[in-house]
Design a protein around this ligand. Structure first.
Ligand SMILES: [Zn+2]
Length: 224
């Protein structure tokens, strides 16, 4: 502990309790109470079924339940819009460790975070999904490939209908070095899955550029 920890003790991001030894960002109680989907234990889970017929995947999971106003929504908002970049890494590492123990990463060669257009990334300072990927790398040792690129900015998806979202991101992603992806089992990663349109568009770009790649899908949180 440094001097600043005595003057400003580290507090839980959600409940404000002072953090103890070994705790970061959240107290153990808040971390334990985050709603987990447990989807990785059920291959035929709701998220996997959502992508059935849209994307050929090996497995698919969203780790935490996201709903308006819940603690997961608060954390996602903060890591996206309030510059809590390290919170994104830490949550990625927590989810990664839980999924690793359950064998979710078996056979996966690399993590491919969904990219953000460079202009948006310049404004925000980072792409939160890439930060989540860094956390997963820390937990699993899997390399992170940032070879997908967003060729144009897209509108924020929040106010759009499912069909508008699909059109908003359709064809938005390209691969810079498809040879890096060929023959690999890639985990396409995003922060939140709401309609699945972003993950679908990213997966289509990978499949188009590297037809021999196989895909799995993961989001830190999902709405269903
Ligand atoms: Zn707490």
């Amino acid at each position: 502990m440094g001097l600043s920890d005595y003057i400003f003790p580290m507090r839980c991001h959600l409940c404000g309790a002072a953090l103890g030894d070994g705790e970061e960002f959240l107290c153990s109680s808040c971390l334990a109470s985050l709603p987990r989907t447990g989807y990785h234990r059920h291959p035929d889970n709701r998220m996997a079924r959502h992508f059935s017929g849209l994307v050929p995947y090996v497995r698919a999971s969203g780790h935490f339940f996201y709903s308006r106003g819940n603690n997961v929504a608060q954390l996602i908002y903060d890591l996206k819009y309030r510059r809590f970049r390290n919170l994104a890494r830490w949550l990625g590492e927590c989810a990664g460790a839980e999924l690793l123990a359950a064998g979710f990463f078996d056979g996966i060669d690399a993590v491919v975070p969904v990219p953000m257009h460079f202009w948006k990334k310049a404004v925000r300072g980072y792409n939160q999904t890439e930060e989540i990927a860094v956390g997963i790398h820390r937990a699993t040792g899997l390399p992170v490939i940032t070879g997908l690129t967003a060729i144009r900015p897209h509108r924020t998806q929040t106010s759009l209908s499912p069909e508008q979202r699909r059109r908003n991101v359709s064809g938005i992603f390209r691969m810079r070095h498809p040879e890096e992806f060929e023959g690999k089992h890639l985990l396409i990663l995003d922060d939140v899955c709401t309609t699945g349109s972003t993950l679908t568009a990213a997966s289509e770009a990978v499949s188009a550029g590297a037809p021999t790649a196989t895909l799995s899908l993961l989001t830190l949180a999902c709405v269903f």
